[in-house]
Design a protein around this ligand. Structure first.
Ligand code: COA
Length: 390
């Protein structure tokens, strides 16, 4: 008999994101995991499965099989709890959440743990660029010298020309992230920046400056998900995941129908809203995947918050913490940071803290629904989760 269980986040934890040279991949994962376990108040015996999300561990730390690594180093290997790695480029974190969600929803498991971790700062310069470029189509993009920044810049140039959008509009996406990150102790960058600072920062790939780019960083984030049955039995006040949705697009930018419409995002968002049975204007916060400011801007459109070419109207007021649709209260990929495998998990940690009224200075009041958007590379995969509606 198929049972469809509702799924709740019952615990969350994360490390600080940043250049964490004194901590290894395994230490980061376990630090975040222990915080989540403590937060949820569960025991090892309660955990049915562990999903580890990671993107470049093999290439940078020479470490594959992240699931087993986390299980082993956290001391639970002897309990023989299944432990798998989930990889979906820079959407690995949300992909792991989705796998955990599905495993509980199917009725197979009651409690699933998710540990997202990434250690990017052990290499630098052209070496890290080579590794991040493996997230593109290696034969058709990276081989010809394209980097993630160059691909984002192509999208930005065409979008800015077609919709008469200035660099200042892009800068405001980053200014908002830094403002919110200044209120988040786990963020990589806690400094506020002005539009002028962003516009005058070092060029990376015209028209994108360094302040349009998410940084290279390390970090880990962890969650515990549990079934309705477990939550009720243990009288836990969890945060419900009311929809999980995923969609794919071409890996290479040149194969896509439009270079500034993220079709995977459009489809994943539409399906998630349908599943949740809510309208876009009921969403009270969104954590979106702005690895580059241009993606933040077009994601606002593709998630349904503005028509194509019109997100520029939202960046001055609407996206702020006290605005109509607060964007990236955590500080987002630009300022909280983007340790790939941990990024999507960290977005859920933020939403969980917001629902629990534990977000401190960046607390959003009266939150009913949160939308989380995690994307692979330049948009090959998009995963959207909707939380809330208790
Ligand atoms: N925003 C703000 N400051 C940044 C920054 C960023 N994105 N990246 C680096 N810095 C700061 C560093 O903290 C450092 O400051 P300090 O001198 O005060 O310590 C300084 O700039 C130089 O840092 P460094 O690491 O040498 O920068 P870099 O020039 O090697 O790298 C980028 C800068 C933008 C190229 C790099 O961050 C990058 O590649 N980002 C994009 C990652 C990516 O592609 N993600 C998505 C994959 S799909």
């Amino acid at each position: 008999m198929v049972t469809l269980n509702d799924v709740y986040i019952i615990g969350a934890g994360e490390t600080k994101f940043g250049e964490l040279w004194d901590k290894s991949l395994r230490e980061l994962a376990v630090e975040a995991g222990l915080k989540a376990v403590e937060d949820a108040g569960v025991y090892t015996k309660d955990i049915d499965i562990l999903y580890g999300s990671n993107t470049l561990g093999a290439g940078i730390s020479y470490q594959n099989d992240i699931g087993s690594l986390i299980s082993d180093f956290s001391g639970i290997a002897a309990d023989h709890i299944p432990a798998l790695r989930v990889e979906a480029s820079t959407a690995s974190g949300a992909a792991a959440i989705r796998e955990a969600y599905l495993s509980i929803r199917s009725g197979e498991y009651n409690v699933a743990m998710i540990g997202g971790v990434e250690k990017l700062t052990d290499i630098y310069g052209s070496e890290i660029l080579d590794k991040t470029s493996t997230l593109l189509d290696s034969e058709w993009e990276a081989f010809f010298g394209a980097t993630p920044a160059a691909v984002a810049a192509l999208t930005a140039r065409k979008y800015m020309k077609d919709f008469n959008v200035s660099k200042e509009v892009l800068a405001r996406i980053s200014v908002n992230d830094h403002e919110n990150a200044s209120k988040n102790p786990d963020a990589q960058f806690r400094n506020r920046i002005s539009v002028e600072t962003a516009l005058n920062s070092l060029p990376v790939a015209e028209p994108l400056n360094i302040m349009d780019c998410s940084p290279i960083g390390d970090g880990a984030a962890a969650l515990l998900l549990a079934s309705e049955e477990f939550v009720k039995k243990n009288k836990i006040d969890g945060v419900r995941i009311i929809a999980s949705s995923i969609a794919q697009d071409f890996l290479a930018l040149h194969s896509r129908e439009s270079i500034y419409r993220l079709d995977s995002t459009v489809i994943a968002a539409r399906k998630a809203l349908e599943k949740a049975g809510i309208r876009n204007d009921q969403i009270g916060m969104v954590e979106l995947h702005n690895s580059y400011s241009i993606y933040g801007l077009i994601a606002l459109e593709d998630l349904g918050f503005a028509e194509k070419g019109k997100a520029k109207d939202l960046v001055e007021a609407d996206i702020k913490l006290d605005g109509r649709i607060p964007v990236n209260p955590s500080g987002g990929l630009k300022a909280k940071g983007n340790p790939f495998g941990a990024t999507g998990v960290g977005q859920a940690v933020e939403a969980y803290l917001q629902f629990k009224n534990r977000a401190g200075e960046r607390q959003i009041k009266g939150l009913e629904y949160a939308m989380l958007h995690n994307m692979g590379g330049s948009g090959s995969t998009s995963i959207v989760h909707i939380l809330g509606g208790a």
